[in-house]
Design a protein around this ligand. Structure first.
Ligand code: AMP
Length: 866
């Protein structure tokens, strides 16, 4: 038996504990999301207003509130507001399938759902759905109810082995005990900056969001794209000078693979899965300290932990946190002799109120603690453990079929249950296998009811995936499916998991025979080596057979060795089957793959819309916009020359436009054309429209997305440049004061950003800071960017003989001379202005992008009808 440190903590609801921090550090920076900053007092005030709003809309003490919100500036404000109003939040991932969301809402008895989007409409009996992006939140101080520390603060759903997810009720007291205990280890102080990277449907996110706020520290939230991108994440850790970060081993691996090669002054907490020793060694070389924390959702995030040292021979999960006891017991609930293996049981202040509306499961998992007087419960984890000589706990795996993939807790039984619901399936077994890059993959073994269906197994796999996707989150969809003719069983009649791979009905011979050409056969061999399986055909999609970016890298490297020429990775995404890839490689890759024109959405017979990249040079920022456009609107995009090709030929802006027009005419020789350029791309759009018009083609739409008509300063004499600068200062000061009043966090954030950038540039010029040198793809990207910048520097806007639709961001983070038409009035016959919510960047993000797409669709429909 191991007993954690006894300590007292306030028996108060979490928001009251945070209010005390607000009093202590009112002006300290509490929260940062992109360029939006909130001090502690702003956080308190805004969460009060939000609480008043929610209460006015029906939130009463005890109301369960579904939270379907992406990472944003208001996420923490909203969660705090729910707690202040006495509500219980039910965090859900915005990417969850609709059925799963509805199930959780219904199962938990939620009567309110908060979203940012009206794209997905949820309706259920007694459910009030509030779209926060449209909400008018008045500045009212609420009359807050008394909230007990014994009430649940949140309900967190985890995968359920009997087929449906199960909700765990976590109280304010559970959470406050955990957070206060974290002050002693791993430790957090008010000068810390924590980078939050976890999605809110994962229980550890509650620690990320609230630990800094109970310590007076700063919570910096990475946006969803950054949280997934190792390079961007590493950049953010450095730029923001992060001192505390918690993530699963998968994220640490990603960061190492993305080039984390220097020591940072940061406390790293690894959790959710066993921390491999070799990974720990690499992290230790690059951080100030490393901690391994362990715990199930049922006992509130973490129950044990320890600092990992270079001298540690094995990685253990340490000792209990404060007010927590851990026992290692046999199946009769007796402590196992010291050093023997048993099941880990957890008791103490972290033990939650159990499962929501699941009395049987509750009784099985939350049992009376026989080592305490009274009715205190302990939680039976299903984890195997052993005590070490230092009285630490060694984690030794699971007693059941629970799986952890990239930190996600998955019950194989839930996937099997959903698979067995497919009418063709007789039996299904879900397990895992480790692939070549040491990643764990979900694998499904399936026996079909009708033997005749075996031949259609390939196409059935796609159906299975589609059907699973309607019920399960994407991380629970197996990446590989194998056909079994019978289930291998052990002597005592249980499934023989070890024998499963050998029992698979082999399809390999037939498949290789279907590879006709030499190149197809070679590609097949490369794929098979990379994917570590031969169970796919030359018509299978790379992503469907378990391909991912690391495997793509490997495959392209092998193809380069085979053919002696470089093939861009994008080829694998554009030509995702062996047959298609072989055809394009046979026909010579240069033209098709070096293209700037990329198909973003097919289908429908409307005239296609062509989007032109902005300063970022790629098309990724258009993703959400494209998704929101109607299904019958085909969309193409122009990405920068050189992003896909091996070399870049970029001269003037006019030359860039001419190159894009050449590709456009090849794909769509007749038109009419609908062009839309974002920011920098607006200038390219105008030049393309001009070229096409001169050829007698019809430009049906020329749209500019928040592009500013500003000539390069080089065309003004230095006297006029200085004159202009002086004249601008008056209106600029007025604009800045106004924006300071309207959106203070944004205004200050942007000015700080400029200040930092300018300071950095000057320091670099004076050689006081080292300029980082890029390599590989990044070096190429830098070179291309420089060429595009030069093209802009030399560009002079000329009048355009046509009309322009200007989609202007409603919020302006920087000053422009002509806030009405962004300067286009003097260059076009007519400027139609459409204001869309958000700023220059967030207009493409949820929730603003939905309104933007709707407005763009209205304009396209109107001009198509005219
Ligand atoms: P979850 O409820 O998602 O936090 O998952 C809890 C389970 O994850 C535990 O019961 C363990 O099986 C596993 N787990 C969590 N943290 C660790 C860790 N540091 N080392 C090993 N396994 C862990």
């Amino acid at each position: 038996m191991l007993i954690g440190e006894r300590f007292t903590y306030p028996l108060e609801p979490l928001h009251r504990v945070i209010s005390k921090t607000v009093k202590k550090y009112p002006d300290a920076l509490a929260y940062k999301y992109q360029d939006q900053l909130l001090t502690y007092s702003m956080l308190e005030e805004q969460s009060d207003y939000m609480a008043a709003f929610l209460m006015a809309n029906g939130l009463c003490p005890g109301t369960v509130v579904g939270v379907l919100l992406d990472r944003s500036a208001t996420l923490v404000v909203t969660l705090l507001a729910i707690l202040k109003a006495g509500g219980v939040y039910l965090p859900m991932d915005i990417d969850f399938p609709e059925d799963r969301i509805l199930y959780m809402l219904e199962d938990s008895g939620a009567t309110m759902l908060l979203t940012y989007s009206d794209k997905r409409v949820f309706s259920a009996e007694n459910l009030t759905v509030i779209n926060l992006s449209l909400a008018e939140i008045a500045q009212l101080k609420p009359e807050l109810p008394r909230v007990s520390h014994e009430w649940p603060a949140y309900i967190l759903y985890t995968s359920g082995s009997t087929g449906r997810p199960k909700g765990v009720k976590v109280t304010h007291q559970n959470l406050v005990n955990l957070l206060m205990s974290m002050f002693s280890f791993p430790g957090m102080v008010h000068t810390d900056k924590l980078l939050a990277v976890t999605t809110i449907s994962f229980d550890i996110s509650n620690l990320e969001l609230f630990l800094p706020l109970t310590a007076g520290a700063t919570l910096v939230m990475a946006d969803a794209a950054t949280a997934r991108d190792g390079k961007a994440l590493f950049r953010m850790m450095k730029q923001e000078q992060i001192t505390f970060m918690q993530a699963t081993p998968a994220t640490w691996k990603l960061l190492l693979l993305s080039g984390w090669d220097e020591k940072l002054d940061i406390k790293i907490v690894s959790c959710g899965e066993p921390l491999p020793k070799d990974l720990a060694e690499k992290i230790l070389e690059r951080c100030a300290s490393l901690w391994n924390m362990y715990g199930p959702t049922e006992t509130t995030i973490y129950s044990t932990g320890k600092q990992i040292l270079k001298t540690d021979r094995v990685i253990t999960i340490g000792k209990p946190i404060g007010n927590t006891e851990v026992y290692i017991l046999d199946d009769q609930l007796n402590p196992v002799p010291w050093g023997e293996i048993g099941e880990i049981y957890i008791s103490g202040d972290g033990v939650t109120q159990g499962y929501f509306a699941q009395p049987e499961l509750d009784a099985e998992k939350f049992v009376i603690d026989p080592f305490k007087d009274g009715s205190a419960k302990m939680y039976r984890t299903g984890d195997l453990g052993q005590l070490t000589a230092d009285d630490e706990i060694l984690y030794l795996g699971r007693l059941d079929k629970q799986i952890k993939i990239r930190g996600y807790r998955i019950e194989a039984g839930e996937i099997e249950y959903q698979l067995k619901k497919c009418p063709e399936v007789a039996e299904a077994v879900v397990t895992t296998r480790t692939d070549r890059s040491h990643d764990l993959r979900l694998v499904a073994y399936v026996m079909l009811k009708d033997f005749a269906l075996n031949l259609n197994f390939k196409s059935l796999q796609h159906d299975f995936k589609d059907r699973l996707a309607q019920e399960l989150p994407s991380y629970m969809i197996p990446s590989e499916f194998y056909l079994l003719e019978e289930l291998p069983l052990t002597l005592n009649g249980k499934i023989d998991y070890k024998a499963l791979p050998a029992a698979v009905r082999k399809t390999t011979g037939k498949v290789i025979a279907s590879a006709d050409t030499e190149l197809e056969k070679n590609l097949f061999a490369i794929w098979a080596e990379a994917l570590d399986t031969t169970d796919f055909t030359i018509d299978d999609d790379f992503l469907d057979v378990g391909g991912h970016s690391l495997i793509a890298l490997y495959i392209m490297n092998e193809i380069e060795k085979l053919l002696g020429k470089t093939v861009p990775i994008s080829a694998l995404y554009e030509y995702p089957t062996i047959r298609k890839l072989a055809a394009v490689l046979d026909n010579g890759i240069s033209d098709s793959l070096a293209a700037s024109l990329v198909k973003l959405k097919s289908g429908g017979d409307k005239h296609p819309l062509y989007l032109i990249h902005g300063n970022g040079l790629n098309l990724l920022n258009f993703n959400a916009l494209v998704q929101y456009l109607p299904d019958d609107q085909p969309v193409y995009g122009f990405q920068a020359i050189g992003l896909n090709a091996s070399d870049a030929e970029i001269g003037t802006m006019e030359q860039v436009a001419a190159r894009y027009v050449k590709e456009l005419l090849h794909q769509n020789p007749d038109g009419p054309y609908l062009l839309a350029g974002y920011s920098y791309g607006g200038n390219i759009g105008i030049e393309m429209a001009r070229i096409l018009k001169n050829m007698g083609k019809e430009i049906r739409l020329l749209a500019l997305f928040d592009a500013n008509a500003q000539n390069s300063e080089k065309y003004n004499s230095w006297t006029s440049r200085i004159g202009r600068k002086i004249l601008r200062q008056g209106p600029k000061a007025v604009w800045f004061t106004r924006s300071l009043v309207k959106t203070p966090a944004k205004a200050i954030g942007y000015q700080l950003f400029l200040l930092r950038n300018n300071a950095n540039r000057i320091l670099q010029k004076l050689r006081l800071v080292k300029q980082e040198k890029s390599i590989g793809v990044f070096e190429q990207l830098e070179r291309v960017t420089q060429k595009y910048n030069e093209a802009y520097y030399n560009y002079r806007i000329k009048p355009y003989d046509g009309e322009i639709y200007l989609f202007k961001a409603a919020e302006r983070v920087y000053f422009v001379d002509d806030a009405e038409q962004l300067g286009w009035g003097k260059y076009a016959l007519k400027v139609h202005v459409r204001e869309v919510p958000g700023d220059h960047k967030t207009m493409f993000e949820e929730p603003n992008v939905a309104t933007f797409a709707a407005e763009l669709t209205r304009v396209i429909d109107a001009i198509n009808c005219a």
